[in-house]
Write a protein that binds this ligand. Structure first.
Ligand code: GLU
Ligand code: ZN
Length: 320
């Protein structure tokens, strides 16, 4: 089925999708507040999704912490949070469908074997998969019978560039085939890969608008390939410029100094965080706005396109 942009007249549905691999920081707060405002200012829905499929990296206590941090900001959501690990069947079904249609194939390569074969991809150190197992096995059972190994699943990616339209970045194109190659949709340990889970869930939740950090812009191309292969619609994408410190370095979860839980424990008023997000988005609504105070006239399209800087003065303002 041809990819289709979400119906522009349908009500906006967006999602907040934390990964409980660490504590949420101010960068997440900004993405979540802007996503929430985007939906709510248009009378739309907000889905909360906890992306906890990476069993090695996700910690159970962080699931709760993520949800608490988002609630602390004053953001609400519709329905129960979707915790990915609680219901794996939709992802398994998608894997079966891709295998049955010859769009995905079993791969028994270990990370070390792939590393030995290919140069790391320049940007993120990710290895390009050279396609070793393409056409080698008829299915995972066959792969096991031939090699005695468990297999992962990879999407077969055709050469050529993949177009992605982003509402903030405009027309973008990524050569998925030469950048990452046939990418994993299920790992050898059985864990469903982020790229597949996000596509399945965005469709299940009827997400029309994806609002997230622009570090995920290249992933949108991989997600578009999966959407096409599964006959699912492509949502509108709004990839936000990331938050950086004064030196231009990206904030990361490892920089616990500005974790939301820590601010909360220090008794910081969450409305000071909202005030900073509002300022960084070009909105001036006073020193202590509530989320509702930011709704009127909110327009994500008016967002400054440069990275949002978090200065020591901003930080001091937050914790004073
Ligand atoms: N869970 C991802 C993260 O925390 C976000 C994924 C997405 O928005 O598609 O980075
Ligand atoms: Zn392989």
């Amino acid at each position: 089925m041809a990819p289709q942009a979400s119906d522009r007249t349908s009500p906006v549905v967006t999602r907040l999708a934390p990964s409980p691999t660490g504590l949420l920081h101010l960068g997440h707060a900004r993405s979540f507040v802007l996503a929430w405002l985007h939906a709510r200012s248009q009378g739309g829905r907000v889905v909360l999704r906890v992306e906890d499929l990476d069993r090695e990296r996700c910690k159970a206590h962080l699931v709760e912490a993520c949800v608490r941090d988002i609630a602390w900001l004053g953001l609400d959501w519709d329905g129960e949070p979707r915790v990915q690990s609680r219901s794996l069947e939709p992802y398994e079904r998608a894997c079966r469908e891709l295998l049955a249609h010859g769009r995905a194939y079993a791969c028994t390569c270990t990370r070390a074997e792939i590393a030995a074969l290919s140069a790391p991809h320049a940007d993120d150190g990710e290895q390009r998969y050279p396609g070793t197992c393409r056409g080698r096995f008829t299915n995972p059972q066959d792969a096991h019978a031939q090699t005695g190994r468990e297999s992962g699943l990879r999407l077969a990616v055709e050469p050529g560039s993949v177009a992605v339209h982003d509402e903030l970045h405009g027309a973008c194109a990524f050569d998925v085939s030469s950048e990452v190659g046939d990418f994993l949709i299920r790992r050898r340990d059985g864990a469903i890969a982020y790229q597949l889970a996000v596509v399945v869930d965005d469709a299940l939740d009827g997400v029309t608008d994806v609002v997230r950090g622009d570090d995920l812009l290249p992933s949108a191309a991989r997600q578009a390939l999966l959407q096409r292969a599964l006959g699912l619609p492509t949502p509108r994408y709004w990839h936000l410029p990331l938050v950086t410190d004064e030196q231009g370095a990206r904030l990361s979860k490892r920089r616990g100094d500005i974790g939301l839980s820590q601010l909360r424990e220090q008794g910081v008023d969450p409305r000071t965080v909202l005030a900073w997000v509002a300022r960084s988005a070009g909105l001036e609504r006073g020193p202590r706005p509530t989320p509702a105070d930011l709704l009127s006239g909110f327009d994500l399209r008016a967002l400054p396109r440069s990275p949002a800087r978090l200065s020591p003065a901003d930080l001091a303002g937050l914790i004073s």
